[in-house]
Design a protein around this ligand. Structure first.
Ligand code: UDP
Length: 326
């Protein structure tokens, strides 16, 4: 049979897209997910094994059954605000859970991991665009939990020879409606799905969190990268590690920044509807601008995002959103 890859969090937004990319590359994704945030309907390219990353016995059983040759590790809690209010939950799941997973990999001889890291590990960047050499100074427990895992990976690599790639996502966006995959968070806190909800009257309005930033239109600027492009990067990272490539971290973004107002305008164009907007205060811990320099992923992974236009990314999200609420 084809090579098997354990995908923790494979029932989630980015993980499910990665499973599809693995399948298209001829690999078999074994999804390991506790379904706290993931969706059973998003698992369609291989088996679903229910389990917690902190459950060593369950991990061992699944690994012994399927004998994966690598791990894609998406499983994590990812609400920044909640991480501030309840840091224990984030350190327990994201850090301690990953430690359990790494020990299981070590003891079962799984040699490679690709890890979902985040631009949140940079905090408020000193310079733009952000390269991998930009100092990592996360400003909330979520970002710190991701940085701590990167550090654990480096130590496990030195001590036990586990090869790793940390992919630092900027703002994951869009969907693959043709594959029946898209964004579906409860609660939803991300800008694009919230704006789509407002466009379709599923919520009264969208609140712009801060209009007094030092940016062109006063709203925060982010680098929105298509989830299918993120998925593709995982397959390339796995191939590089399998081919003997060294461990390291890569930014994944488009090198282009878009303001909150630009996102709202793009949703209005894509849906043909007016979006009711409320101007609100800043959200705590939001840097004004986060834009990736993803040159390293381009040169070392051979990764080129297919989606470079915000309008196209938002069209895929709008199509998925329309289908979900049809
Ligand atoms: N944002 C906003 N209103 C919302 C949600 C988000 O103005 O209801 C802004 C937020 O301040 C940030 C951008 O939209 O500048 C993207 O936020 P999101 O939560 O989608 O991703 P993040 O950048 O926090 O990872």
């Amino acid at each position: 049979g084809s090579a098997r890859v354990l995908v923790t969090g494979g029932a989630g937004y980015i993980g499910s897209h990665a499973c599809r990319a693995l399948a298209e590359a001829g690999l078999l994704p074994i999804v390991y997910d506790n379904l706290v945030f993931g969706h059973e309907w998003a698992v369609k390219w291989g088996p679903l094994e229910r389990g917690d990353i902190g459950d060593r016995d369950r991990l061992d059983a699944v690994i012994r059954q399927h004998r994966p040759e690598a791990v894609l590790h998406f499983a994590a809690f990812a609400y920044v605000g909640e991480s501030v209010a309840d840091p224990g939950r984030y350190y327990r799941n994201n850090v301690a859970g990953t430690l359990t997973l790494l020990e299981a990999m070590r003891d079962n001889g799984i040699p490679r991991m690709v890890f979902s890291s985040s631009c949140a590990t940079y905090g408020i960047p000193r310079s733009l665009p952000i390269t991998e050499a930009t100092p990592q100074n996360p400003i909330n427990p979520y970002g710190r939990s991701k940085l701590m895992v990167e550090q654990m990976l480096a130590d496990f690599s030195r001590a036990h020879g586990i090869g790793w790639t940390a992919l630092r996502y900027f703002n994951a966006a869009g969907a693959c409606p043709q594959a029946g995959l898209g964004e579906c968070h409860t609660p939803e806190t991300h800008l694009i799905p919230l704006v789509l909800d407002a466009a379709r009257g599923l919520r009264e309005a969208v609140t712009i969190c801060g209009t007094d930033y030092d940016t062109e239109d006063g709203t925060c600027v982010r680098d929105y990268v298509h989830v299918g492009d993120l998925a593709e990067a995982h397959v390339k990272a796995l191939a590089r590690l399998a081919g003997g490539g060294g461990s390291g971290a890569y930014n994944l973004g488009t090198n282009r920044g878009h303001s909150v107002r630009a996102v709202i305008a793009a949703v209005e164009t894509a849906t043909g509807r007016k979006v009711p907007v409320v101007e609100g205060p800043r959200r705590e811990g939001d840097p004004a601008v986060l834009v990736a320099d993803a040159t390293r992923a381009r040169t070392e992974l051979g990764w080129t995002p297919r989606f470079t236009e915000l309008a196209r990314i938002i069209e895929t999200a709008a199509e998925w959103h329309a289908r979900m609420h049809a």
